[in-house]
Design a protein around this ligand. Structure first.
Ligand code: FE
Ligand code: FE
Ligand code: FE
Length: 166
Protein backbone atom coordinates (compact mmCIF):
# COMPACT_ATOMS: atom_id res chain seq x y z
CA UNK A 1 0.00 0.00 0.00
CA UNK A 2 1.22 3.46 -0.88
CA UNK A 3 2.49 5.55 1.99
CA UNK A 4 -0.01 8.20 3.00
CA UNK A 5 1.96 11.34 3.74
CA UNK A 6 1.39 15.08 3.79
CA UNK A 7 1.76 15.41 0.02
CA UNK A 8 -1.02 12.87 -0.47
CA UNK A 9 -3.20 14.75 2.03
CA UNK A 10 -2.40 18.00 0.19
CA UNK A 11 -3.40 16.51 -3.16
CA UNK A 12 -6.67 15.06 -1.77
CA UNK A 13 -7.61 18.35 -0.12
CA UNK A 14 -6.78 20.24 -3.32
CA UNK A 15 -9.23 17.95 -5.15
CA UNK A 16 -11.83 18.66 -2.46
CA UNK A 17 -11.62 22.46 -2.82
CA UNK A 18 -11.43 22.18 -6.61
CA UNK A 19 -14.75 20.32 -6.59
CA UNK A 20 -16.14 22.85 -4.09
CA UNK A 21 -15.11 25.92 -6.13
CA UNK A 22 -16.75 24.54 -9.25
CA UNK A 23 -19.95 23.79 -7.30
CA UNK A 24 -19.86 27.35 -5.90
CA UNK A 25 -19.39 28.79 -9.40
CA UNK A 26 -22.61 27.04 -10.43
CA UNK A 27 -24.49 28.10 -7.29
CA UNK A 28 -23.59 31.82 -7.34
CA UNK A 29 -25.85 32.83 -10.28
CA UNK A 30 -28.79 31.14 -8.51
CA UNK A 31 -27.97 33.04 -5.31
CA UNK A 32 -27.76 36.25 -7.29
CA UNK A 33 -31.18 35.63 -8.84
CA UNK A 34 -32.55 34.88 -5.37
CA UNK A 35 -31.19 38.03 -3.71
CA UNK A 36 -33.50 41.02 -3.23
CA UNK A 37 -31.09 43.93 -2.81
CA UNK A 38 -29.03 45.16 -5.78
CA UNK A 39 -25.98 45.43 -3.49
CA UNK A 40 -26.18 41.74 -2.59
CA UNK A 41 -26.77 40.78 -6.23
CA UNK A 42 -23.68 42.77 -7.15
CA UNK A 43 -21.64 41.08 -4.40
CA UNK A 44 -22.57 37.64 -5.76
CA UNK A 45 -21.66 38.77 -9.28
CA UNK A 46 -18.28 40.05 -8.19
CA UNK A 47 -17.54 36.88 -6.27
CA UNK A 48 -18.46 34.78 -9.29
CA UNK A 49 -15.74 36.57 -11.27
CA UNK A 50 -13.28 36.02 -8.40
CA UNK A 51 -14.25 32.35 -8.23
CA UNK A 52 -13.32 31.90 -11.89
CA UNK A 53 -9.83 33.22 -11.09
CA UNK A 54 -9.65 31.02 -7.99
CA UNK A 55 -10.35 27.94 -10.11
CA UNK A 56 -7.48 28.96 -12.42
CA UNK A 57 -5.18 29.36 -9.40
CA UNK A 58 -6.06 25.83 -8.27
CA UNK A 59 -5.23 24.55 -11.75
CA UNK A 60 -1.83 26.20 -11.36
CA UNK A 61 -1.33 24.47 -8.01
CA UNK A 62 -2.18 21.10 -9.61
CA UNK A 63 0.47 21.91 -12.22
CA UNK A 64 3.02 22.70 -9.51
CA UNK A 65 2.53 19.25 -7.94
CA UNK A 66 2.52 17.63 -11.39
CA UNK A 67 -1.04 16.31 -11.18
CA UNK A 68 -4.07 16.60 -13.42
CA UNK A 69 -6.67 19.13 -12.18
CA UNK A 70 -9.40 16.89 -10.89
CA UNK A 71 -12.17 17.25 -8.31
CA UNK A 72 -13.28 14.86 -5.59
CA UNK A 73 -16.85 15.06 -4.30
CA UNK A 74 -17.07 17.32 -1.26
CA UNK A 75 -20.21 16.38 0.70
CA UNK A 76 -19.72 19.41 2.95
CA UNK A 77 -20.08 21.99 0.17
CA UNK A 78 -22.95 20.06 -1.40
CA UNK A 79 -24.74 20.24 1.96
CA UNK A 80 -23.96 23.93 2.51
CA UNK A 81 -25.24 24.80 -0.97
CA UNK A 82 -28.36 22.68 -0.39
CA UNK A 83 -29.07 24.62 2.81
CA UNK A 84 -28.78 27.86 0.84
CA UNK A 85 -31.34 26.55 -1.66
CA UNK A 86 -33.64 25.66 1.23
CA UNK A 87 -33.43 29.21 2.61
CA UNK A 88 -34.18 30.65 -0.83
CA UNK A 89 -37.23 28.45 -1.22
CA UNK A 90 -38.54 28.86 2.31
CA UNK A 91 -38.00 32.63 2.62
CA UNK A 92 -38.81 33.66 -0.94
CA UNK A 93 -40.64 37.00 -0.99
CA UNK A 94 -40.14 37.62 2.75
CA UNK A 95 -38.16 40.40 4.51
CA UNK A 96 -35.70 37.86 5.95
CA UNK A 97 -34.62 36.42 2.58
CA UNK A 98 -31.42 38.45 2.13
CA UNK A 99 -30.37 37.91 5.77
CA UNK A 100 -30.78 34.15 5.22
CA UNK A 101 -28.94 34.24 1.90
CA UNK A 102 -26.03 36.13 3.41
CA UNK A 103 -25.81 33.57 6.22
CA UNK A 104 -25.76 30.78 3.63
CA UNK A 105 -23.08 32.55 1.61
CA UNK A 106 -20.95 33.08 4.72
CA UNK A 107 -21.14 29.35 5.47
CA UNK A 108 -19.63 28.80 2.01
CA UNK A 109 -16.86 31.36 2.61
CA UNK A 110 -16.04 29.88 6.01
CA UNK A 111 -15.70 26.39 4.51
CA UNK A 112 -13.36 27.81 1.87
CA UNK A 113 -11.35 29.69 4.50
CA UNK A 114 -10.69 26.47 6.45
CA UNK A 115 -9.60 24.65 3.32
CA UNK A 116 -7.34 27.40 1.95
CA UNK A 117 -5.92 28.09 5.41
CA UNK A 118 -4.94 24.44 5.77
CA UNK A 119 -3.62 24.09 2.22
CA UNK A 120 -1.52 27.22 2.55
CA UNK A 121 0.00 25.95 5.80
CA UNK A 122 0.75 22.54 4.28
CA UNK A 123 2.26 24.18 1.18
CA UNK A 124 4.58 26.11 3.54
CA UNK A 125 5.60 22.91 5.32
CA UNK A 126 6.19 21.20 1.97
CA UNK A 127 8.33 24.13 0.79
CA UNK A 128 6.12 25.03 -2.18
CA UNK A 129 6.54 28.80 -2.25
CA UNK A 130 4.63 29.45 -5.47
CA UNK A 131 1.68 27.38 -4.24
CA UNK A 132 1.72 29.32 -0.95
CA UNK A 133 1.36 32.59 -2.89
CA UNK A 134 -1.52 31.29 -5.01
CA UNK A 135 -3.38 29.82 -2.04
CA UNK A 136 -2.84 32.95 0.02
CA UNK A 137 -4.24 35.21 -2.72
CA UNK A 138 -7.46 33.19 -2.72
CA UNK A 139 -7.59 32.96 1.07
CA UNK A 140 -7.46 36.77 1.17
CA UNK A 141 -10.32 37.06 -1.34
CA UNK A 142 -12.49 34.65 0.64
CA UNK A 143 -11.85 36.63 3.84
CA UNK A 144 -12.63 39.92 2.09
CA UNK A 145 -15.85 38.44 0.73
CA UNK A 146 -16.81 37.25 4.20
CA UNK A 147 -16.25 40.74 5.61
CA UNK A 148 -18.18 42.35 2.79
CA UNK A 149 -21.11 40.01 3.50
CA UNK A 150 -20.99 40.95 7.20
CA UNK A 151 -21.11 44.63 6.22
CA UNK A 152 -24.12 44.03 3.92
CA UNK A 153 -25.89 42.12 6.70
CA UNK A 154 -25.20 44.86 9.27
CA UNK A 155 -26.07 47.80 7.04
CA UNK A 156 -29.22 46.50 5.39
CA UNK A 157 -30.30 42.86 5.42
CA UNK A 158 -30.46 42.26 9.18
CA UNK A 159 -32.14 45.58 10.12
CA UNK A 160 -34.62 45.06 7.27
CA UNK A 161 -35.46 41.56 8.48
CA UNK A 162 -35.67 42.69 12.13
CA UNK A 163 -37.81 45.75 11.41
CA UNK A 164 -40.38 43.65 9.63
CA UNK A 165 -40.58 41.38 12.68
CA UNK A 166 -41.79 44.22 14.89
FE1 FE B 1 -13.77 30.46 -3.66
FE1 FE C 1 -14.85 18.86 1.62
FE1 FE D 1 -15.69 32.26 -1.91
Amino acid sequence: MAEKTLDKLFHDTLKDIYYAERAILKALPKMKRGAQSPELQQAFDQHKAETETQIERLQQVFEIIGKRAQGKTCPAIDGIIEEGEEVMAEYKGTPALDAGLIAAAQAVEHYEITRYGTLKRWAEVLGMDDAVKLLDATLQEESDTDEKLTALADSAANPHAAQAAE
